[in-house]
Ligand binder design. Structure first.
Ligand code: PGA
Length: 246
């Protein structure tokens, strides 16, 4: 299992150091190795300083499809790689819904990772009205088809399924609902890439994951990890999720 903390616009450098040190004291080396963290970029160097060799991985919450040039305010994949991060979130629902990122913008970002060491974590998921009108699978199909067009089979990626209605709302998807979506994504990868790609791509669930619901969700066969927002901001709740997972 992978436990990924999306810290969003929270935690400055001092708080990042405190939290990571607290996690190190409560988790084994093996458990720390299964963690990914996405700090805001201004706190990334504090996280890197706190990391010892072969421990958790770090990433940016957003990247730009161009590595350099006149793109004020954007984050370069090349620089991310240079400072020592390994990952990038692509298409978190807040990027899609607040900042207007489209599926084709996300395709450019996914393709921009191909020639770098940065491994993208593509975030997908339906809105409440789409679930209520039984459009979940067709939304996932659209998001995957566009964002992954031209993405090479041999480049690693992670996929996070995050139903928009479950993010930050306290309304978690039931284990069965999450499993259905994950199984759909697994099948999609097999049909559009290969059986190997489908088997080797880790699928994370995100949306109101807490210590109390992590156990049941983690038992689902196609859930390989969690992308955690609110509950990743405090050591106690993040550790609780890890300890309660299978
Ligand atoms: P949440 O956020 O755990 O606070 O629902 C998840 C996310 O936005 O990735």
């Amino acid at each position: 299992m992978i436990f990924a903390g999306n810290w969003k616009l929270n935690l400055g450098p001092k708080e990042v150091k405190l939290l990571l040190n607290e996690l190190k004291s409560k988790l084994s080396n093996e458990e720390m190795k299964s963690c990914f963290f996405f700090p805001q970029n201004l706190s990334l160097s504090a996280a890197l300083e706190t990391r010892e060799e072969s421990s958790f991985l770090l990433g940016s919450q957003n990247i730009h499809s161009k590595s350099e040039g006149a793109f004020t305010g954007e984050n370069s994949i090349k620089v991310l790689e240079e400072v020592g991060a390994e990952l990038a979130l692509v298409g978190h629902s807040e990027r899609r819904n607040i900042f207007g990122e489209t599926d084709s913008d996300l395709n450019e970002k996914m393709l921009a990772c191909v020639d770098s060491k940065i491994i993208p974590m593509l975030c997908i998921g339906e809105k409440l009205e789409e679930r209520e009108s039984s459009k979940t699978n067709s939304v996932l199909d659209r998001q995957l088809s566009i964002a992954l067009a031209g993405f090479p089979t041999d480049k690693q990626l992670y996929i996070a399924y995050e139903p928009v209605w479950a993010i930050g709302t306290g309304k978690v998807a039931s284990p069965e609902m999450a499993e259905d979506a994950h199984a759909y994504i697994r099948k999609w990868l097999e049909e559009n890439f290969s059986k190997d790609k489908s088997d080797s791509t880790m699928l994370l669930y995100g949306g109101s994951v807490k210590a109390e619901n992590a156990g049941d969700l983690s038992k689902m066969p196609n859930i390989d990890g969690f992308l955690i927002g609110g509950a990743s901001l405090k050591a106690e709740s993040f550790v609780g999720i890890i300890k309660n997972s299978k």
